[in-house]
Structure formats: structure tokens, C-alpha cells
Design a protein around this ligand. Structure first.
Ligand SMILES: [Zn+2]
Length: 187
């Protein structure tokens, strides 16, 4: 059941080009434990052994196998009521992250779902696994945030919710990009 949810979201993220073959990561929290994708796993072809179970607060034998973004996932679960996280690299959203401090969708559905998506990391060197506390803090009041030049972190009660916010962000970002290219006032 859990594996099927990871496989379905991983496959779709990959098919939509929201991650490259070996990037992105997914996790689900169950009590004081979390299940997270294996370090360098292929989200488009996840298998049972690609799901690593480890502690929310405590390290164990499995911890070194977990995604390099484990610290970010842990920080998010500690600070928010999220039960699932999707980290992806949506290209249009990341392109906009270089110039924008936040992304405000201009399409009707995007506006309703994600009124304003904060962009973190301006003026700092960004590396995977970094900004854990800042990302977690920003996700207290947002469904998805972007890290400048890197990617998105979306939260939900189910992986599917977090996946939905990720695709909505990219759809709105693609539209914003096209409106900018056409020099159309977006708002
Ligand atoms: Zn990443």
C-alpha cells in the first residue's frame, strides 16, 4: 500500500519531468518513524527496497541509506503537521526562483490553491540538505516552498496532496514564464 503510493507519485513526477532520473525524494511520516526514498534512488522506478525506514529524531542502521535531504524532511515533520513530503526540481519554478522573492500564480486555480509561494535562499550558497530549519519554518504557513536555484518542497497529509501542490506550482510557473516572455502583465 505504502510502496504503491511512493511508486505512483515517483513515476508521475519523473514522467512529467519534475525530477531527473536520480533526483528528488519522497517521504511519509508514521508516528515517530518516517519512510523516505533511498539515497540516489530512481523515483521513476521505485522498488520496495528503495523505501528506507528510520527515526524521526533518532538515527539507526538505516539512516545512512536515506536520501541526502533527510535532515530537511525531519525538520519539516518536527515543525509542521505534515504527514508526507515531495521534493522535486520543477524547471520553470526553479527558473523563476532566480529572480523572484515569491511566486504568485496568475491563473485562477493556482491563485486559489497557492496564493503565494515563498522563495528561500536568496544571497546564500544553496546545497542539498541545507536550509532545513528555514524550509520547515516556511512550511508552517504554506503548502509548498521553493529553494532558489534548487527545487520545491511540498507537504500534505498524503503523498498525493504534496504531489498535487508540486504540479500546480509548476503549471502556474510555466504560465508566468510565458506571460513574461510575451510581456503580458500577469496580475
Ligand atoms: Zn534536490
Amino acid at each position: 500500500m505504502l510502496t504503491a503510493q511512493f511508486q505512483s507519485v515517483g513515476r508521475d513526477l519523473c514522467a512529467r519531468g519534475l525530477v531527473s532520473s536520480h533526483s528528488g525524494n519522497l517521504s511519509v511520516r508514521i508516528g515517530e518513524r518516517l519512510f523516505i526514498t533511498h539515497r540516489n534512488s530512481m523515483l521513476g522506478a521505485l522498488e520496495e527496497h528503495d523505501l528506507i525506514e528510520t527515526g524521526l529524531n533518532k538515527n539507526d542502521r538505516s539512516t545512512p541509506l536515506a536520501s541526502t535531504e533527510l535532515d530537511v524532511h525531519r525538520a519539516i515533520y518536527r515543525k509542521t503537521s505534515a504527514l508526507a513530503i515531495v521534493h522535486a526540481h520543477p524547471v520553470y519554478a526553479v527558473a523563476l526562483s532566480f529572480t523572484e522573492r515569491d511566486i504568485s500564480p496568475s491563473d485562477v486555480e493556482g491563485k486559489l490553491l497557492l496564493p503565494k509561494v515563498p522563495v528561500l535562499g536568496h544571497g546564500t550558497a544553496v546545497k542539498p540538505g541545507g536550509f532545513a530549519e528555514e524550509i520547515a519554518e516556511a512550511l508552517k504557513g504554506n503548502k509548498v516552498v521553493l529553494v532558489r536555484g534548487h527545487g520545491s518542497f511540498a507537504v500534505g497529509q498524503l503523498l498525493e496532496d504534496a504531489y498535487h501542490y508540486t504540479t500546480a506550482l509548476e503549471e502556474s510557473s510555466r504560465l508566468l514564464y510565458l506571460l513574461k516572455a510575451l510581456r503580458v502583465e500577469a496580475h
